[in-house]
Every structure is written in structure tokens, then in C-alpha cells.
Design a protein around this ligand. Structure first.
Ligand code: PEP
Ligand code: MG
Length: 577
């Protein structure tokens, strides 16, 4: 049956605001697990490899031509470099050696050699070469796909500005994505705090998640409008709809521009109360975006980027270089680094996390770190070595018990002693805090507050654990709203417990940048709001619009409602002025 190409609206969940329009790029995830076995006929295996390389070369040439006509020479130059890599004699010799010497199959021999090459590039200090590692891996996957006979459909095939449509996107998918070509994200699955949402906010791009499987009937090239703020997506829009969207987009853009102009001013309420507005970032590159959007520091550096999309653990030097680059960019501003938080929906094949029935309740974050002290220590040592001359703060994710805090602190202390004994300089003081994302910590916040320097409330996880509703499952996404009094009352408890002990409290879940939640959090006494850089200008504008005393009244009212909807409705109808 022919497809109807008339306007069709899909309602999903708002994950990142903004409006954009463009063709769809459908991303189908591929299983590229690498078989590894002994072969008998190495000549045959080499022929297979050479054929795959030749096909890859043809694909790259046609992508290059397409790039030249569609996006210009800069894009095309990247493919030229890809083609050159296919002919790199060091690489080819290494693969031949593994196939002939170790009788390794072509897939394993190829990917091993590619990884060595990519890691070598990453270890170089020059940013240009580090960035090339991603290109090398891209080419590696292309050849691997051909060897495995997997149909070509990969994020690396995104060659023109498009709205990316996928079932869901994992952090490792998005690392490879050419962000400059993405106009927005739509996913069939996922909730408002999924990693697609976090990435979209980080890039300042609109995103709608949890659209349901019917959205996957759309094809690459189909025209689409996306309104991230409303959680709405329209396929095959007609002229009238396009015009309405364009008017709305212009209005939003004008407002955003005005807010950006004031982004570098502090966030002070009408009655003179100042709060700290800092950024959540997930890579050294994003530090620039944080500064551009007026961040007063980093409230959450997600360090997973160091571990994802690679085949072996990052070493101490590599981590040190990444921390140095962020700390240098932020100068004297505070930078809160969260230690490794993998597991849950963040998979890392080489860490052998195993398959779990309920990964979000499983062996993730601090649980894994404490069981793998060597891996954890590598990061802690790098942090101490990066600390001199900066306001570095460290926090542990997914803390559930006091025993975990004490064990993590002990390892951090041991790491300090080790690096000092080796003659490295360290800062006199590094604040050590924990994320509050498990209800057990909110309940016992008074006890935890005695043992740490600060709290940072992770409402993405705190909400999913409060409602027992997985944050990536769109079927239960309606349950996971951080504006629910069940979450807000825990936040109140945590802030009060912290202030009673004289420590500061931040919040780094998506709720911090949520326009409905911001005045409530202000009223509850939150000290630090940490959010995607692109959310900062608007959040500052909201804070400046409120007085602390009005926000306090709003917050105490919000705590008495019985649903998140009622709270949001109340905030929207009780704006100041
Ligand atoms: C959170 O859980 O709120 C948080 C900030 O951590 P992440 O989203 O990385 O799990
Ligand atoms: Mg979390």
C-alpha cells in the first residue's frame, strides 16, 4: 500500500526545547560484535579483507562526492582522510601479520589493528590527532560491517543536515554522531532524562522522545517538523503548518538571543538572593559551550566519555589530560567531577559488566568502582594530579549506603598518598561530595551530611528509583516526573539536612533546568543549579524574575499537592508580576 504523505502529528515527551525542520535520517542500530577465531587458510582470509577494503573505498568515494555537492569541501575532506587511512601500510601490515602469523580471522585482526591505531592517535597531545581517532574507528566499523555482511546504516552515514530518528540512542551511538549535521532528535523509546535528552540539551537541539513505535514507519528523507518544547513532531507538514512553525521559531529565537545577552550576569533574585548556576558537561569540548552560555563553573562532569566507544580502559595520563583541559578552560571556577558512572544504560563491553535482568538496580557506578579498585584508583589518581591550582571537587555517583561513602573516601585518600609519594603536587583541599540519587540517602540525609563536603541531587535517578519507573522506558515515563511532591519532599529534606550541617547542596538532574521546577528549587533553598549549558540563560532569566520570599511560598504550596501535574499547573498560573 502506498504511504500517505499528508501531515501527521506524533505526540511524544519533550526532552529538549527548540523548533526545527528538515529531512529525517533513520538510524538503525547494528550489532557489530566481532567474531574471534582461528582460521586455516590465511590467503583466503586476506583476499576477503582486501575485497572488504575495496568496497569500503568505493563507499567512501561516493560519500565524498555527495558531501562535495551537498555540504561543501570541509565535509568532503574528512572522507578523503578516511580513504587514505584504508591504504595506511602500517595498518595493513599489522592486519596481515595477525592473519598470517596468529591465524586470526579477518574481522578480529582488522579491528584490533584499527584500535591500536586509534588509541595511539588519542594518546597524542594535539587535539587534531585526538579527534582523528574517531575517524579511524569510523573507517574501522565500515570495513567491519562489510566483512560481517551487515547492511550499511550507521550514524556515520549521516552526511546532510537532518533530524535523527531512532528507536533509542545510547551514549556510544551518539559519540560517533556528526553533531554539526543534526537538526534535532526523535526517538520511539526513552524518557525525558534518557541520554538522548541529555545530549540534545548539551547541543542546544530540539528533541522529542517516547514517540512510540509508529514513528519508525517514517523513512530517511521524509520531511519533518519538530517542536521539542511541546513534545510534538509533524511528518509531511503542509505550507500552513510550516508557516505557523516558522513564526513560533522566530519568537523563540528572539527570546533566546535576549537571554543569551544577559547570560554572563549572575542569577540574583528580585530581593537580592544569589544562586550559583553551573553546567553539566560530558566532554572537554563542552567546557567551551558552558562558558559561552554563562556557566559559573561545572556542577557535573560526567566522566563516562573517557570509557565509552573504545576497547580498553583509559589510562591515567589520558584521564589527566582530559581533566587538565577542562580545569584550565574553567580557570578558578569550581569544577565538580563525578567518578565513573557506567552500568545501567551505559554499556562498556571491555569492562565485563555482564547482562543483568535489571541493570538500573544492578552493578553500576560506585558499586562497580568499589569492586574494581584498580580501575577506580586510576581515575582518582588522575584527579589528584589534575588538582593543583584549581577548585576541583569530586563526587561519587549512586551512593546508597554510608559504608560506600567511607570506602570511596578511603580509596581517594590512598590515591592522594600514592601520587604525593611519587612526587606529584596536589591541591591542599579537594571537596568530596556524593550524588543523592537513591532514596535511602535522601531518607538518611542528616547522617550523610556529617561525612561529606556537599550533596548534588541527581533527580534523574532519584525520580526513577522513587517511582520504580525506569527512566528509559517510555511506557512508564509518565510516572517519572521530578516535579512530583514525592521527589520534591525528598529534595526539601536533603537541603535542610545539608544546611543544618553547614554544607552546600546542588542539583544536577534535568530538573535543575526545568522552567517549572526552578522557582520551587529556589524556594526550597537550593544553593547550586547545574544544567545543560544551553539551559543556563533561560534559567538565569527565571531566577531573576522571582523573589526568594515568593519562591518560598510557591515551594511550600507545591509540597502539598498530590501530583506532578498539579504542581506544574500551579507554577504556570502563579508566575511573578
Ligand atoms: C541524575 O541521575 O540525575 C544524574 C545527573 O546523573 P545521570 O543522568 O548521569 O545518571
Ligand atoms: Mg544518575
Amino acid at each position: 500500500m502506498a504511504r500517505k504523505e499528508t501531515p501527521h502529528t506524533y505526540q511524544g515527551i519533550s526532552a529538549s526545547p527548540g523548533i526545527s525542520r528538515g529531512p529525517i535520517f533513520v538510524y538503525q542500530e547494528q550489532d557489530l560484535s566481532v567474531p574471534r577465531h582461528q582460521i586455516k587458510d590465511s590467503e583466503d582470509e586476506i583476499r576477503r579483507l582486501e575485497k572488504a577494503i575495496a568496497i569500503a573505498d568505493e563507499q567512501i568515494t561516493s560519500l565524498q562526492t555527495k558531501a562535495e555537492t551537498e555540504t561543501g569541501t570541509e565535509e568532503a575532506a574528512i572522507f578523503e582522510a578516511h580513504a587514505l587511512f584504508l591504504q595506511d601500510p602500517t595498518l595493513i601490515n599489522a592486519v596481515h601479520e595477525s592473519i598470517q602469523g596468529q591465524k586470526l580471522n579477518a574481522e578480529a585482526a582488522w579491528i584490533d589493528a584499527v584500535e591500536v591505531n586509534a588509541s595511539n592517535l588519542e594518546a597524542l597531545e594535539d587535539e587534531y590527532f585526538q579527534a582523528r581517532a574517531a575517524d579511524v574507528r569510523d573507517v574501522g566499523r565500515r570495513v567491519l560491517r562489510i566483512l560481517l555482511g551487515v547492511a550499511e546504516s550507521d550514524l556515520s552515514d549521516l552526511t546532510a543536515p537532518s533530524i535523527v530518528l531512532a528507536r533509542d540512542l545510547t551514549p556510544s551511538d551518539t559519540v560517533r554522531l556528526d553533531k554539526s549535521l543534526v537538526l534535532g532528535f526523535c526517538t520511539a523509546e526513552g524518557g525525558p532524562t534518557s541520554h538522548t535528552a541529555i545530549l540534545a540539551k548539551a547541543l542546544g537541539l530540539p528533541a522529542v522522545v517516547g514517540l512510540g513505535n509508529s514513528i519508525l514507519d517514517l523513512k530517511s528523507g521524509d520531511p519533518l517538523l519538530i517542536d521539542g518544547g511541546r513534545g510534538e513532531v509533524i511528518a509531511f507538514p503542509d505550507e500552513k503548518i510550516i508557516q505557523e512553525f516558522d513564526v513560533r521559531r522566530q519568537k523563540l529565537e528572539a527570546q533566546a538571543l535576549a537571554e543569551l545577552e544577559l547570560a554572563h550576569e549572575p542569577a540574583i533574585t528580585v530581593d537580592g538572593h544569589q544562586v550559583e548556576i553551573v553546567a553539566n558537561i560530558g566532554s572537554p569540548q563542552e567546557a567551551q559551550s558552558a562558558l559561552k552560555h554563562g556557566a559559573e563553573g561545572i556542577g557535573l562532569l560526567r566522566t563516562e566519555f573517557l570509557y565509552l566507544d573504545r576497547h580498553e580502559e583509559p589510562n591515567e595520563e589520558e584521564q589527566l589530560a582530559a581533566f587538565d583541559s577542562i580545569l584550565d578552560a574553567m580557570e578558578e571556577r569550581p569544577v565538580v567531577v563525578r567518578t565513573i558512572d557506567v552500568g545501567g544504560d551505559k554499556e562498556v563491553p571491555y569492562l565485563d559488566l555482564g547482562v543483568e535482568a535489571n541493570p538500573f538496580l544492578g552493578w553500576r557506578a560506585i558499586r562497580m568502582s568499589l569492586d574494581k579498585p584498580e580501575l577506580f584508583k586510576t581515575q582518582l589518581r588522575a584527579l589528584w594530579r589534575a588538582s593543583p591550582g584549581h577548585d576541583l571537587r569530586v563526587m561519587f555517583p549512586m551512593i546508597a549506603t554510608l559504608d560506600e561513602v567511607r570506602r570511596a573516601q578511603k580509596l581517594f585518600k590512598d590515591a592522594r598518598e600514592e601520587v604525593v609519594a611519587e612526587g606529584h603536587g596536589v591541591a591542599d583541599r579537594v571537596q568530596v561530595g556524593i550524588m543523592v540519587e537513591v532514596p535511602s540517602v535522601a531518607v538518611l540525609a542528616d547522617l550523610f551530611a556529617r561525612e561529606v563536603d556537599f550533596f548534588s541531587i541527581g533527580t534523574n535517578d532519584l525520580t526513577q528509583y522513587t517511582f520504580a519507573a525506569e527512566r528509559t522506558n517510555e511506557k512508564v515515563a509518565h510516572l517519572g516526573d521530578g516535579c512530583h511532591p514525592a521527589v520534591l519532599r525528598q529534595i526539601q529534606r536533603v537541603i535542610n539536612a545539608a544546611h543544618d550541617e553547614g554544607i552546600w547542596v546542588g542539583l544536577c538532574g534535568e530538573l535543575a533546568g526545568d522552567p517549572d521546577a526552578a522557582p520551587i528549587l529556589l524556594g526550597l533553598g537550593l544553593d547550586e543549579f547545574s544544567m545543560a549549558p544551553s539551559s543556563i540563560p533561560h534559567a538565569k532569566a527565571i531566577i531573576r524574575n522571582w523573589s526568594k520570599s515568593d519562591a518560598q511560598k510557591l515551594a511550600s504550596k507545591a509540597l502539598e499537592f498530590d501530583s506532578a501535574e498539579a504542581v506544574r499547573e500551579y507554577v504556570r498560573t502563579n508566575q511573578p508580576g
